[in-house]
Design a protein around this ligand. Structure first.
Ligand code: GDP
Ligand code: MN
Length: 396
């Protein structure tokens, strides 16, 4: 589950990580009120107004603006709220902004007195350890830094059994070229950040930039946080942080129907039982020149109702030019699945305008093929995997 910046910062703060203070707002009036409240506690009348969407690169897209007084706050918030923000990380049409974060300006007295650092905590799957990745080149696109100046990116691996050691936090501060107060503040920052990552069962904390202020404070200015869905049962209070407006509506509907659906860019819809077979099916579609439009695991019970729900979900994607059904009948019998497909097809009338290729293998596969072939519907049957892929290719 991905979070908004303001939510990520709330989690960070709850673990004692220093963050740029801010208040979220969904109208220009609330933005002004937020700025007033912030000024009372921070003493500064300059604020940044930041669009809250699940995508980075907002600064480049015009979603992060500096306001020097309350009139600025109002007009900038008014501008950003409701806009379709396009950044290098959004889909081409952008994402609609429903909320802005009003945050204290922490770049006083100016950019030359501050420095932007990159820092993230994530799992290194290869070593099975957690990893802090950091760089003096903060505020920039880290992929570009990795490509052009890879020697400026450091990593520190942490054994999850031992936790972050004091010497490791000091090493991070040292490699970042810090000294004095900033050095001490950075070691505190790193330990608190690591605790937040472990304590919230996150799979990613990316803070770009971490700011060293002119008076040697270390602050999280941005926060990209991904929580591990499989650990959410341990954090009931985090469930409320899910923002369905940011998620794909078809994926939400599929989730509610108990189907595992992931939207992809291609033109061949897939309906498969079992995640492993779904992956293999997608590979085969690719190899035979097609491109999968989705990942869909219908699970063990492929009855007519479930098959129909799956067809309807797949067909919501206008890119779909053909559907490949690839089901292995182990527990579920193939002839029952075939009957389910035929029933669903008839039930849906003209809703299905694309050819369907069905490959059923396993118990009663022969009867299943006969059922499909005798149905008179625009459904092609196949028994071998390659044959199914070729048939898909022939209808595209
Ligand atoms: P992103 O573009 O989506 O990654 O959003 P960020 O939160 O990283 O903000 C983008 C940029 O806005 C930062 O790299 C800073 O240069 C700038 N910025 C953020 N907060 C402040 C602030 O308090 N004052 C000023 N002057 N600039 C800020
Ligand atoms: Mn950022």
């Amino acid at each position: 589950m991905n979070l908004h910046e303001y939510q990520g910062k709330e989690i960070l703060a709850s673990f004692g990580v220093n963050v740029q203070r801010g208040i979220v707002a969904d109208t220009p009036e609330k933005a002004v009120a937020a700025a007033k409240t912030l000024t009372e506690s921070t003493g500064t009348s300059w604020h940044v107004i930041k669009a809250q969407i699940h995508a980075g690169g907002r600064g480049k897209g015009g979603g992060v603006k500096l306001a020097k007084n309350l009139d600025d706050v109002r007009s900038i918030a008014d501008n950003i709220l409701g806009m379709q923000l396009v950044t290098p990380q959004t889909p081409p049409e952008g994402k609609k902004v429903h909320q802005v974060l009003i945050a204290e300006d922490v770049y006083y007295p100016g950019p030359s007195e501050t420095s932007e650092i990159y820092m993230s905590v994530l799992l290194n799957r290869a070593s099975g350890k957690n990893m802090i990745m950091y760089s003096t080149e903060g505020g920039m696109d880290i992929e570009t830094v990795a490509e052009e100046t890879p020697h400026l990116i450091f990593t520190e691996e942490i054994d999850p059994g031992l936790g972050l050691q004091g010497f490791q936090a000091r090493k991070v501060a040292f490699n970042l070229g810090l000294s004095g107060t900033a050095f001490k503040e950075m070691t505190k920052f790193v330990s608190a950040l690591y605790n937040a990552y472990v304590g919230s069962d996150a799979s990613l904390f990316e803070i770009n930039p971490v700011l060293k202020t002119a008076d040697d404070k270390i602050l999280a200015v941005d926060a990209k946080v991904t929580l591990d869905d499989n650990a959410l049962f341990r954090h009931k209070d985090y469930a409320a942080l899910r923002d369905l407006k940011e998620e794909n509506p078809v994926e939400i509907e599929a989730n509610e129907a108990g189907l595992n659906y992931v939207d992809l860019d291609g033109n061949v819809g897939c309906m498969v039982n079992g995640a492993g077979l779904a992956m293999a099916t997608m590979d085969l579609i690719k190899q035979s020149g097609g491109d999968p439009a989705n990942f869909l695991d219908v699970g063990g019970t492929a009855d007519a109702a479930r098959v129909e729900t799956a067809f309807r979900l797949i067909l919501k994607d206008p890119k779909v030019k053909a559907i490949l059904v690839n089901i292995f009948g182990g527990i579920v019998r193939c002839d029952r699945v075939a009957q389910g497909i035929v029933d669903a097809y008839k039930n849906m009338g003209d809703a299905i305008k694309v050819p369907i290729i069905v490959r059923l293998q396993g118990t009663n596969a022969e009867q299943a093929k006969e059922l499909i072939d005798a149905s008179g519907l625009n459904v092609l049957s196949a028994t071998a995997f390659e044959e199914a892929a070729q048939k898909v290719q022939s209808v595209l």
